[in-house]
Design a protein around this ligand. Structure first.
Ligand SMILES: [Zn+2]
Length: 93
């Protein structure tokens, strides 16, 4: 005999992202724009710093949500003006 119990789990879903620079928003967690070079895109700009211990870690996460247009047109030129060179690689999944 199987004894069953219905359980409910909760999770957090990203339903939209607003660009911290231009305020354009997604509907979901992926940037889309059929008029641009990308059909969909993800960006990540964050700093995670803290103490990483075997049984407990804690720290601070600083994030910027930036759309692909602002990443290419606004953030990249600033970083490159500071001397940073991007690592660019192809991906195929
Ligand atoms: Zn933007």
């Amino acid at each position: 005999m199987k004894h069953k119990q219905t359980k409910t789990c909760t999770y957090t879903e990203i339903t939209a992202i607003t660009c911290d620079i231009c305020r354009r928003a997604t509907s979901g967690e992926v940037w889309t724009n059929s008029d641009k070079i990308y059909g969909a895109g993800k960006t990540q700009v964050f700093l995670e710093i803290g103490e990483y211990l075997p049984d407990c870690s804690n720290g601070e996460l600083i994030e910027f949500d930036i759309c692909p247009d602002c990443f290419r047109d606004k953030l990249m030129p600033v970083l490159q003006a500071l001397g940073a060179k991007p690592t660019i690689s192809e991906w195929d999944r």
